[in-house]
Design a protein around this ligand. Structure first.
Ligand code: MRU
Length: 357
């Protein structure tokens, strides 16, 4: 059984998330009773990872809208818009929550204008759309996994299994299931084409050491943990086939925001001629921003750097700079692996233009 970060039961309108702050030591689910709880669990990073943030945010709204005492369609539309904009403010860098919010606000606008749809239908259609997002994310991740596995294997001469590096956590815990970059690794593993995966510990929040390592062990995938500072030495000595990471937002030119440290891995990969891939749902591509310069980078509290859990590791009084993400320039990216296929960054402009035509 794969790990489940989100449990949602539409029949009882119950939403729970696996508290990722407590992993790997403690497995505890936390109830999310509405939008206020949704905002808090996302902001505190009890749930994290771009797709999981969007799904939990939207499901927290679905839970609330089923209980709410709304009396008119106009009121429903207004509430939806306000609450979604609030959820978008929980973490600014990932595009997924913003993209889902725009889609749902648009849907609420359309439904509120449609005279054939009553308030109860509107509520039902709205909540069903959110439930579909959960299912679509898993299906998309499986397609990303297969597309990525084929792409990486096509770059490796001969038929031998590959050795891959990944960063942060992009697996079942960061999505509705299966994962994006970790989905690619999962697909390579099930094709018996993965020799080994190296996961970085991903300082300062240790998503790699705490969460990816946990998932890899759970899946019985042959894996080794490395410190972030070991990537160059590893590439020089271990014949790495590819790097595959996730994304929080991809600009129209292919520049990609992902977990802090991604950029330096991409630089090192180029130096060692190791192909560097980004795996993400197509909706992570934000056609509205031309380059990565327009991506807002979240800065997190100093405490995530100075402490590990309750234990202080940094000298008292030191100043900290803690950006949660960085932007990898498109020129360092060999391909963006999506459920629709693998795109070279320079192809994105045309793909996005066809999308809107
Ligand atoms: O701060 P986090 O843990 O939410 O950052 C997560 C990442 O950067 C992931 O690589 C990204 O969200 C993709 S998750 C499928």
């Amino acid at each position: 059984m794969s790990l489940k970060s989100i449990i949602y039961d539409p029949a009882t309108n119950n939403l729970e998330i696996l508290d990722q702050l407590l992993l790997p030591g403690v497995t505890k689910y936390v109830k999310v009773k509405g939008v206020e709880d949704g905002w808090k669990v996302i902001n505190k990073m009890q749930v994290r990872g771009a797709p999981a943030i969007a799904i939990v945010g939207c499901l927290s709204l679905a839970v609330e809208m089923q209980n709410d005492k709304i009396e008119t369609k106009t009121q429903f539309r207004r509430e939806v818009e306000g609450k979604l904009n609030y959820l978008v403010s929980s973490r600014p860098t990932a595009v997924n929550m913003k993209a889902a919010a725009e889609e749902l606000i648009d849907m609420a606008n359309q439904l509120s204008k449609n005279e054939l749809v009553c308030l109860e239908d509107m509520r039902h259609l709205f909540v069903s759309r959110i439930q579909q997002m959960l299912e679509k994310d898993i299906a998309d991740n499986k397609a990303i996994g297969d597309n990525g596995a084929k792409e990486i294997l096509s770059r490796v001469p001969g038929d031998s299994p590959v050795r891959v590096i990944t960063h942060c956590n992009t697996g079942s815990l960061a999505t509705a299931g299966y994962g994006t970059a970790l989905g690619v690794i999962r697909s390579l593993h099930s094709m018996k084409k993965l020799e080994h995966v190296f996961c970085t510990e991903t300082r300062p929040y240790n998503q790699g050491a705490r969460l990816t390592a946990y998932e890899l062990i759970h899946e019985k995938i042959s894996a080794t943990l490395i410190c972030d500072s070991m990537v160059s030495a590893l590439m020089k000595s271990r014949n790495i086939s590819a790097v595959v990471v996730g994304a929080d937002r991809v600009a129209a030119n292919g520049d990609t925001a992902n977990k802090i440290g991604t950029y330096q891995i991409a630089v090192v990969a180029q130096y060692h001629k190791v192909p560097f891939y980004v795996a993400a749902p197509f909706t992570s591509i934000d056609a509205k921003i031309s380059t990565g310069d327009h991506i807002v980078i979240e800065e997190r509290p100093d405490r995530e750097m100075t402490h590990v859990g309750a234990h202080r590791i940094a000298a008292k009084g030191i100043q900290c700079w803690n950006p949660a993400f960085d932007v990898t320039p498109a020129s360092l990216i060999a391909g963006i692996i999506t459920e629709r296929g693998v795109f070279r960054p320079e192809q994105l402009k045309e793909v996005l233009a066809n999308e809107n035509s």
